[in-house]
Design a protein. Sequence first.
Length: 484
Amino acid sequence: MWQPPERRKHALPIASAPSAAAAAAARWFQPIALGPRTARTRTWVPAMVPWRASDDGLVTPAVIDWYARFAAGRPGVIVVEATGIRDVPSGPLLRIGDDRFVPGLRDLVAAVRAASGGQTLLFIQLIDFLAIRRRPSREAYLGRYLAITPRHRAALAATGARASDAPEAAIRAALAALPDAALAEILDEREREDLAFGYRERVTDTHLPHIAALPAVLPGLFAAAAARAAAAGFDGVELHFAHAYTMASLLSARNTRDDGYGGDRAGRLRLPREVIAATRAAVPAATVVGCRMLGDEVIAGGTTADEAPALAVELARAGLDFVSVSKGGKFEDAKQPKVGAAAYPYTGRSGYECMPTIYSDARGPFARNLPLARAVRAAIHAAGLTTPVVGAGGIASFDHAEAALAAGDCDVVASARQTLADPDWFAKLERGDGATVRRCEFTNYCEALDQQHQPVTCKLWDRIDVGAPGVATTADGKRRLIAP
Ligand SMILES: Cc1cc2nc3c(=O)[nH]c(=O)nc-3n(C[C@H](O)[C@H](O)[C@H](O)COP(=O)(O)O)c2cc1C
Ligand code: SF4
């Protein structure tokens, strides 16, 4: 992962342990209305992909155990990991693109209800993403994947090669024989990227029929997925409008589509608004509909913290029950993958800003992204709305959460990695047992596993009592799957 050039290791901040009475009176443990439902507390476990679904995208016993473990800590809300809305193979990513996924999801809901004693609202994050391929070898790219066009022939001809009427195989061979620098002059920018990083679709690739058709298909896909979520018993859905995926790319300042779904702000908001309207219409009135969005894309030419609040206001106006604010996590600045691997959106600076580590700049990782939530919330309030805003990013203590709520940075405080480190930490704080919280060290061991699509675990607990009876482990038997 990218790290700030001035990287230095920060100390974990001192974390106070309130008494049970102080916790009961604390802002973080007060209820909050989220549209039609009320969360018991303002504690929130944001979406985290644990790579435990089956290869067909079905809920497995390991998925159920994972969420039941979080539910035992009785947070106000758990958001189930990014779940694919299309019925297409997506590896071990949870899916909801067909009715056959509903029974497993229903079991998941039941397990969370039981483990939380009905105290936790359960939402599911709905995601659409575009195709991305692994980085090809130079040989494979030039030998097979590159589409040979008259431009390539003309460029080769200009070097003196016989190219205008040569068979395609000869053109490929001639390109392959060129030194890298000469090849780079013949390939266009997109082809150079396809070679160096692997092919990746963009929302602006409107020459591709299925990309041009996104406005026609996405509202229906999100709506059908949300209806399935409601049928499975989820309390709500979180539309994934953040990070490296389709909807965030549509909202992005980099979206230059000229079909009415890009360009100016109204154009970029058009499809997200249509998705919200279709989703809302497809679920019962009691189902919460919110979104996760970016308060700053942290990429060149992307949406900045200056514009994001205005986008949030329009999304809230479109009928959301909450807006969850994240940061970065983009493909545009991802590190070059090795040949045979795919680019990963959390490896560049924008990825760092999404999940900042203990090795940071002077600002440090703790509560680092709250200014974005604060700006979004202020804009929503200035527009006369009261849509709750969820803040996240390096929140690792009761003090951080309380301070954020007291300052009006957000209405709900989400914690991903700290909750992975100790799924019981909310319950411990509530009963005055905060001194026993196992504290996240923010070194992103878990994130590295996510990057390799390996079952996500935490280094603080995944070797404890491995091999003891009843302890489920990874296939290699080395790591336990669930916190002790
Ligand atoms: C293993 C892992 C998987 C994640 N998966 C998702 C996801 O599916 N959807 C999402 O919006 N964010 C995802 N995130 C980002 C978190 O929700 C959260 O925004 C981020 O980790 C920063 O919060 P934290 O500092 O409390 O960990 C993931 C984070 C981790 C560590
Ligand atoms: S693996 Fe590291 S960063 Fe991840 S939850 Fe555990 S302590 Fe925190």
